[in-house]
Design a protein around this ligand. Sequence first.
Ligand code: ADP
Length: 793
Amino acid sequence: MGHRKADFYLSLCAGIAVFAVSVFGFAGLLRRPAIPREALEQATGVTLPRDRDPDLLPRDIVKIDGFEVRDRKTDFKFVAAHHRIGDPIDFVVTKDGRELAATERLVPHHEKGGTPFIFLLTGVFGFLLGFGVFILRPGDRRAGVFYWLCMAFSSAVMISGEWYGVQGRPMRLVPGVLFFFAYTLTPVILLRFVRTFTARDRLPGGPLLWTVALLFGGFFSAVLVIGLLRPSIEIFRLKGHFSYFRIFFAAVCIVALGTLFRAFRSVPSREKRDQIRWVLYGMIIGLGPFMFLYTLPIAAGMRPLLSEETASAFFAVLPLALAFAILKYKLLDINVIINRSVVYSLLTMVTVGVYLASIEGLKALFSASPGTGGKWIPVGSAFIAALVFAPARSRLQVAVDRAFFRRSYDYRRSVSGFTEAAERAHSDRDLLDRLSETLAAILPVERIGAFIPAAGREASGIALRSGLDDDMAALLAAPAGPLATLPPEALERNGFALALPVPLGDAGPAGWILFGPKRSALEYTDEDRELLRALTAETSAALRRIRLQEEVIYERASREKLEEIGRLKTEFISSVSHELRTPMTSLQAISELLKSGKVADPSRRDHLLELMAGECGRLSRYLHNVLDFGRIEQDSKRYEIRAVDLKPVVAGVAEVVRSAAAEEDLDLVVETPEGAVPVEADPDAVSQALLNLVDNAIKYSAGRKRVAVRLVATADGAEIIVSDSGIGIAPEDRERVFEAFYRTPEAARHDPKGVGLGLKIVKHIMDAHGGAIAVAGGPGRGTTFTLKFPGRR
Ligand code: ADP
């Protein structure tokens, strides 16, 4: 962090130094001398042709300041670098083969103001832009590149020449050297900026480009410094190679333009496209004339189509376009809001402009008749300025709003954009966020508040409250009926300037959306209010839609729940009746048979009575399960756990099963150890669990049913293992069979009787004993349940 801070200040200082040297260099620009053509023509009678390059020596001049002219483009620059305006210079001009000598004084290149002034404004503006961006986005890589682009470009523009006004003073070489480096680096930094800006991070051939630019800069600086210090016209003439740099300059700029253009065509977001568009405008209008009408023709060995000065005057467009893109399209993610003070400064400028223009206008009007009270002219002008002040003010405000805050000033588009966004909102909060987003893009405000009462007619409670103090919320929530307006002091206290009601359709209080002052500190215009009203109307429609959706979802959920309960009830009743019907039918049949007295054989009677007892046992076990389930659900099932021996419990269960299954094709094997198997348990519950397991083992087996019950004493307690050779349980069902009412599809197919309560109860019993139940086996391989009891403690 500290490192980055140091970097920041170092770069800032370097920039300030560049700025200072540029100002120093600009002063030299004003001392730029020119060839005294008119004086020479008068002295020699030779007409000297004018060229777009003002420093190009006419062919007729063969000697200057004692040396022979060889490089017409460079030689006068050498002279001008040594002398000041007004210095007498010896010229030799040829006329009809004769040589005429004349000594004339150098004249100023710039008459007054003019292009240097444009260079100064462009340069200073560029510097300010660079500093502003750098300070607003410290640490941002793109902003850093932009900063150096501004520094290089602005200093090249401001110094605008490497040699003017050196006049033998070595200090003057400093801006000259800076100029060369700034100039040669500018295209590479520009390309680098375009690459980072369009998210192409690598600069292709970067090191090579930097090296070439630095070599050019170093070479021309060296030529300048050595040429002037020696002094040597031969060395100075090496500057003629500048054409090579011009080719490089044009090529790099064209690549940068191409990159921007490609990005412009492929970028998906509108905002980004607008940004690129303005950078493109800046480059095409700002650099285009210089590149295509000046540099390229010279590089191609032709005459430039525009003079260097005219072509460079367009430079001013580049920083202006970039600044515009920053202000309006948040270029480099910089969000600057034009505020009231800027508007008033602009307004003052307009007023002063009108004042001055009126003075000039009135002067022109009255100059025809002198003596008509010239001292009234300023008064009249002031009067005119005062007259235009008021309309100018509102116009200016609207113009500023239009230029910088509204992409298109097209309310319809923003409203319909918001409508679309609101349709996707899924909650009140989400909706409000989308509203804030929309406003941020077209009408930035200090804050947005909201008061949305809870849904429903009872209308107590608040669904959303944001940015309001308690008093204000209480005021809004008061069931006094819809308030038409809010007390202004309450609004102001909460920092809002405007409140709009959000009708929610039902009888309850309306919601409110509140808007803080505009971030530009300007007043809300009628158009703004209209926009906010439209957006609020959309918000309230969306809110109602969200509420309706919530209601529908809630209703559907509760309906589904009711349906589910109903379905379970029906299923339960049908399986219970199913389960009861079979034993009832056989009980009825047997009892009728016995009553009829047709069964005389006592052994057969005993058998029938045994069957009856078995059925009754099954019935009562079943009812027991159902009742137990009810108790489990109500959490009222109790166990009487005490020290018991499991051996008689297992034996008892085997007895019951055997007698009940007298007729069935059943192989029941029971294995118990020699000695007692003592555990802590509720013997009735254990019998019930075991009976459930053995019942299942019989029920879910086919053909000859082989069921084994083994009691084993283990190191840490005891286990009862019930295994069968039946249909088995698929692995994915092993967990679920312990859920109430769950039956595997195979089981339901195999035996439609059954409600799915047995295992649930077994599990409950084992949990209550601090034990566990495990299941093993698989489809077609039979099933083994193991009840694990902890030992006595
Ligand atoms: P029910 O037997 O009334 O369906 P349970 O709770 O006793 O209810 O058993 C739940 C489910 O577990 C049964 O429907 C059956 O799918 C499966 N199941 C239980 N015991 C066995 C077993 N021995 N063999 C195969 N599947 C079984």
